[in-house]
Design a protein around this ligand. Structure first.
Ligand code: SF4
Ligand code: MG
Length: 335
């Protein structure tokens, strides 16, 4: 079926503001040729170290920034071409939850005002409508109706993140983009918020794009996972398959480096060594080659393309997924 969201060859380069000093303006290659799709009701996680471009993708999808090239399609329509009215409708369907709810919540408004504001912007609500909507939304995120009178400063970190989620739910979106949405919370509160998001997905069929540097979070919540390195997707796989058998050496190293929540699981000993290189001057060929234990000559010279594997994942690696592995015919779905 037609995906809810389709991202095609999305690229974002930023020119650094030093052009008047130098002949060549340094360019940050934040996002390079990224393609993926999200089905209705699905959770796609985007993981990688900081600076890999995952937050830039979130901002491109929200049209907070415009792409250098590439397209974002919602139900088959390119969002770049949307005029005012259609753009408003699109914005309604797509909401964002941020890492630090405190900085994204107006400190002078009560919880009730904060979560009903998005609806108020579209249709003027009466006082009693606003009150019942606030109570309803607070109920959805597991908070009591009395909380609507509190200010953000009177709430805990977990309560504030619930408020951020209630606000995102107010317009009944099809897709929520959560950028490091639980990273600032204690582990026990993280689990509560993740369970809440999964419950809401079940009840309301909402799709999520969950951006995180934390693989233990991703393992808990994801249906599919896109692993990014310096602006590019290097592996995109069903969540179970990715954790059971990472194929890209970077994915393998990330999983090996993550804290192990399940001590019975065997983890490979491949530390991610070395610094993340700068996206201003990314290494030639495969950008991971300076840190890769498997690198061969070709890796310095040629950017590896994403190659479909027999189990449905795609991997960009000359050694682990050489282009000659492309099946002559697409693998037939058994079951
Ligand atoms: Fe390592 Fe080469 Fe594969 Fe890149 S292409 S991950 S450098 S083996
Ligand atoms: Mg970020």
């Amino acid at each position: 079926s037609e995906p809810l969201l389709k991202v095609e060859n999305l690229t974002k380069h930023y020119a650094l503001g030093l052009g008047f000093l130098k002949k060549s303006i340094p360019v940050v290659r934040a996002v390079e040729d990224v393609s993926f799709s999200v089905q209705a009701g699905e959770t796609l996680c985007i993981v990688g170290e900081s600076g890999c471009g995952k937050s830039t993708i979130a901002r491109l999808l929200m049209r907070i920034v415009e792409p250098t090239s590439g397209r974002v399609l919602i139900d088959g329509t390119d969002i770049a071409g949307l005029k005012r009215k259609a753009l408003r409708a699109w914005r309604r369907r797509m909401q964002m939850v941020f890492q630090d709810p405190y900085s994204s919540l107006n400190p002078r408004l009560t919880a009730g005002q904060i979560i009903t504001e998005p609806v108020d912007n579209f249709e003027r609500l009466t006082r009693s409508q606003r009150k019942s909507l606030a109570a309803d939304l607070l109920g959805k995120v597991g908070m009591s109706a009395e909380m609507m009178h509190r200010l953000p400063s009177e709430l805990s970190g977990g309560q504030r993140q619930r408020l951020g989620i209630a606000r995102a739910l107010a317009l009944q979106p099809s897709l929520i983009i959560a950028d490091e949405a639980v990273s600032a919370l204690d582990v026990s509160v993280q689990a509560q918020i993740l369970n809440l998001l999964m419950d809401l997905q079940q009840q309301m069929g909402i799709a999520f794009i969950f951006v995180s540097h934390d693989l233990s979070v991703v393992e808990h919540i994801g249906h599919r996972v896109a692993v990014m390195y310096l602006g590019r997707i290097v592996e995109l796989a069903p969540c179970d398959a990715l954790f059971a058998k990472p194929v890209h050496p970077y994915t393998e190293a990330l999983i090996a480096a993550a804290p192990v929540p399940d001590p019975t699981r065997v983890r490979l000993e491949v530390p991610v060594e070395g610094e993340v290189p700068s996206p201003i001057n990314p290494p030639s060929g495969c950008a991971f080659h300076p840190r890769c234990p498997l690198a061969v000559e070709r890796c310095r010279l040629e950017v590896p393309l994403l190659v479909p594997m027999a189990d449905g994942r795609v991997v960009a690696c000359h050694v682990r997924a050489p282009a000659s592995h492309i099946p002559a015919e697409p693998p037939t779905a058994e079951k």
